[in-house]
Ligand binder design. Structure first.
Ligand code: CTP
Ligand code: CA
Length: 222
């Protein structure tokens, strides 16, 4: 039981959490998305609230959430970009657990696309990298990012930590975590500290992340 509660307080802190997959429309019937369930992000939002923080959750998927958490629903990466950016200057930390679509269809058909015997080619264009932009704009905010990888976990994690100016990058193997209730993560901190964990429930991972965040606040305030 003890491990399900953060050991450190986040009282007085405003924290923005993002969760789940975004969706990118192709036509009125279809969209492109990914396998992220949102469980990790929702668990983080709840853990941060239990630790005393004022939590806003920008979510691409709909799960149960306590009424003390302010939730904003989004669909596309560009929706998430807009909702996160307008709140950034008002928060003390952002935890970006969402799996944001990197690309969207260049053309969105107003009508249902009908099949033909030819292959269908869809041109995909880049979405904004929300976390990278936060890294460029950050003042005193703490930034925590995620990386779900299939290979070269550590190299990718370290590259993202640096490229996005993060304070902490939470890395895991995508295959172990998407849709599951558990997650096996490694923390990579700016400055080189690394912390590897065994498989834990996402609630427990969320608690570890909140404890790490509280510690990052303490060191940044010295
Ligand atoms: N992220 C974001 N906006 C995007 C893409 C990713 O804010 N358009 C955030 C995610 O929420 C996550 C972190 O960046 O916290 C890493 O996401 P990931 O998809 O692993 O990395 P990318 O930089 O998109 O690189 P790639 O998909 O090529 O591995
Ligand atoms: Ca990506």
């Amino acid at each position: 039981v003890g491990d399900h509660f953060a050991h450190r307080s986040l009282a007085g802190k405003k924290i923005l959490v993002t969760a789940g997959a975004t969706k990118e429309s192709l036509d009125p019937i279809r969209f492109f998305s990914n396998r992220s369930s949102g469980k990790m992000g929702y668990a983080i939002a709840e853990a941060a609230r239990l630790a005393g923080a004022e939590v806003t959750l920008v979510a691409g998927v709909d799960l149960n959430v306590s009424s003390e958490i302010k939730r904003i629903h989004v669909t596309t990466a560009r929706d998430m970009h807009r909702e996160v950016m307008k709140r950034f200057s008002d928060v003390d930390a952002v935890i970006k657990a969402a799996a944001v679509a990197d690309y969207r269809p260049e053309q969105v058909s107003e009508k249902k696309i009908k099949k033909s015997d030819d292959p269908l080619t869809v041109t995909m264009i880049r979405n904004p990298d929300i976390l990278k932009e936060l890294g460029e704009k950050k003042q005193s905010q703490i930034l925590i990012g995620f990386a779900a990888e299939t290979d070269h976990l550590e190299a990718n994690a370290l590259r993202k930590l640096e490229a996005k100016h993060l304070d902490l990058l939470v890395a895991n193997h995508a295959i172990d975590s998407f849709g599951e209730d558990t997650n096996k993560v490694t923390f990579y901190f700016a400055g080189g500290k690394k912390q590897a964990f065994e498989t834990m429930h996402k609630q427990e991972v969320a608690t570890k992340i909140c404890d790490a965040l509280a510690e990052l606040f303490e060191t940044s305030e010295i």
